[in-house]
Design a binder for this molecule. Sequence first.
Ligand code: C5P
Length: 419
Amino acid sequence: MSFSNRKILLAVTGGIAVYKALELTRLFKKQGADVRVVMTKSATAFVQPLSFQALSGHSVHFELLDTEAENAMGHIELARWADVFVIAPATANTLAKMAHGLADDLVSTLYLAATCSVYVAPAMNHAMWNHPATQANLKILQTHGVNFIAPESGEQACGEIGMGRMAEPETICRGVLQTPAHYDSFRYAGGCNLPLPLQKSGVCKTPLRIIITAGATREPLDPVRYLTNRSSGKMGYALAVAAQQAGANVTLISGVTHSAPPLNCHFIQIETAEQMHAAVFENLENCDIFIGAAAVADYRPIVCGDEKIKKNANQITLTLQKNPDILANVAALDSPPFTVGFAAETHDLEIYAREKLTRKKLNMIAANWVGRDEGGFERDENALEVFWQDGQQSFPMIEKSTLAEQLMALIAERFHAPK
Ligand code: C5P
């Protein structure tokens, strides 16, 4: 999914985070969007409109009643032109005007005139963010169907620490990108007002954090050879895309594959099971859901020499050491994320899958047949039998991308189910 042919109207209002909107413009353009920028007067005090003009390729609008601009593309045309209206950074002042229907400058007027979906990335000092007036305005805007990209907590430009720092441009871009284009005209139908399945509910629909492992690991024997398996990583990559579309913030930790990593996810490439284990544990903080789709090698050669093994002897013996079980170790944490495993089996699928569900203390396991004619490793299609403590669901043979969407919907349902 990309922004190809999507027309993005980016409103920049006055705060120190204006400089981040330059990067946001660049990211939108990189994804194929046509971007037009409008600025409030105070935003122009932080960054020259010329910088946005250079990045967007269009002149920047900042006057509501500018005869020249109105002749070229006036506020009503701009509002009609847009498929998506993004306000980043959005100051407390602009949010207040939007909430109460004021239209005394170009940005607030465009908000009233636009009928497309609206994304807002607030940015302000933490005391302003926490003020009951701002919080009440956010609630009003939510009833308008506005999508919020939550600000972050941390050190602020004023030197204080707290909530209100604008989300990073990549996060905003991902937030806008993950809502499929067919939602663009659904602002008043409520389509955008509901949290996506993998977002937390609340005023700001914060994405859930999901870690997915994918692909096969490579366990080196010597500098040129390794032990591996037939996993292509396709299922894990499809799950990463499906999770992003469902609103999640995805970290994909993958062995070497032939697939390109999905855009906008945090991608970490590893080779061995031990590297995958380390990468998972380094990234587990605030992880809501962990999905172990990787085909991790159960054993690794106990020694890996610096020199290539010579073919002198008729027989050689490899001694293998058991690898750490990443999935079981994640599930054994004191407060583990919702943990989903995979089980590739050649026989007794349900018995083995249920045994793993219990032994590894998983929330859910997705089992599939391997070593048969269709589906499984290296294929574009797959079928799954999914088990959890008090239920199960079958997914018949279908393309992995569709299967991933269906499985992710089930994971979201089970994650949100009352415990
Ligand atoms: O026990 P088994 O290897 O069949 O379990 C498969 C599941 O465990 C998969 O989800 C796989 O990603 C995970 N696994 C793991 N670390 C290992 C072996 C398997 O995370 N060392």
